[in-house]
Design a protein around this ligand. Structure first.
Ligand code: NAD
Length: 275
């Protein structure tokens, strides 16, 4: 099984499918990531605030997988955006991960009331120059925030990682990102289990037609739009299920019907409310 890659504006490639480890217990993280590696995952999405970078690091160290085959993302928490704090923050993440560099480093939330995200973005650009992060990007940025960092620094993020699933598609942020060469990473790609995918008729119909699960249909819907996804699961059978996306294809009609499920149903926080 080959996982397709997307080429970022840094020229580097990222596997379009990975594993996210939000809310994976630190004590269970090494086991989950190790099982994911065994199944063929090579892309892991973590964050300093998840508290499980060490578990990811232990799994990487034990895996014996060449570093060049792995794609590891972590994120700077909102309390670390001021210049004096940014370098210690990335150094702490690298230490926990046991890595010399991450493949992608993100500003986790813009935290607009603190108004330090432009300052933080300057630091990330330095980390890319210094080789601490191969590519740099942002998460939970809305259009005005993307415009501002691009205008004030001239550095375009490689990705914008935003909540995105059939019931919340964030058209404005996603379209602006794509038009500016910023890859869209969909967090909560399955809606974080907040709504029953099988109860959505277009998803259930496509699942029946292709003999797939509702989760596979939704992940395939993301893949066909070019979204980067890293669904979270701690269960081996679901980790395996979520990888089996590349031997079937949704029709244009099926894609459109699932896209029709948009209802502005934000499950997580609004980006302007995390400060
Ligand atoms: P998700 O949409 O991946 O949903 C996870 C839920 O779906 C879990 O309850 C899991 O048990 C269930 N699930 C997984 N596979 C399934 C399957 N095959 N069938 C049925 N149920 C299944 O939500 P998420 O974990 O919040 O998002 C994925 C990743 O995105 C996170 O782990 C994290 O890496 C990232 N994330 C980033 C932010 C951010 O602010 N940047 C916020 C949330 C999540």
């Amino acid at each position: 099984m080959t996982i397709p890659t997307i080429t970022l504006n840094s020229g580097r490639t990222i596997p379009q499918l990975g594993l996210g480890v939000f809310k994976v217990d630190p004590a269970d993280t090494e086991r989950v990531v190790t099982e994911a590696f065994e199944l063929g995952y090579r892309h892991i999405d973590t964050a300093a605030i998840y508290g499980n970078e060490e578990g990811v690091g232990r799994a990487i160290a034990a895996s014996g997988i060449p570093r060049s085959e792995l794609f590891i993302t972590t994120k700077q928490w909102i309390t670390e955006q001021e210049t004096a704090k940014t370098r210690p923050a990335i150094e702490a993440s690298l230490e926990k991960l046991g890595l010399e560099r991450v493949d992608l480093y993100l500003i986790h939330w813009p935290a607009p009331r603190n108004d330090r995200y432009v300052e933080a973005w300057h630091s990330l650009a330095e980390f890319a120059e210094d080789g601490l992060a191969v590519s740099i990007g942002v998460s939970n940025f809305l259009v005005p925030q993307l415009q501002r960092i691009i205008e004030e620094t001239g550095t375009v993020p490689a990705v914008n990682q935003i909540e995105l699933h059939p019931a919340l598609q964030q058209r404005e942020a996603a379209d602006f990102s794509r038009q500016n060469g910023i890859a869209v990473e969909a967090w909560g790609p399955l809606g974080q289990g907040r709504y029953d995918l099988a109860a959505e008729k277009p998803i259930a119909d496509a699942a029946a037609a292709h003999e797939r699960t509702p989760a596979q249909v939704v992940l395939r819907w993301h893949i066909q739009q070019g979204n980067i996804v890293f669904p979270k699961s701690t269960r081996r059978e679901r980790l395996a299920e979520n990888l089996r996306l590349f031997d079937f294809e949704l029709s244009a009609e099926e894609m459109a019907a699932i896209t029709g499920l948009e209802r502005d149903a934000r499950g997580g926080s609004h980006p302007n409310d995390v400060n």
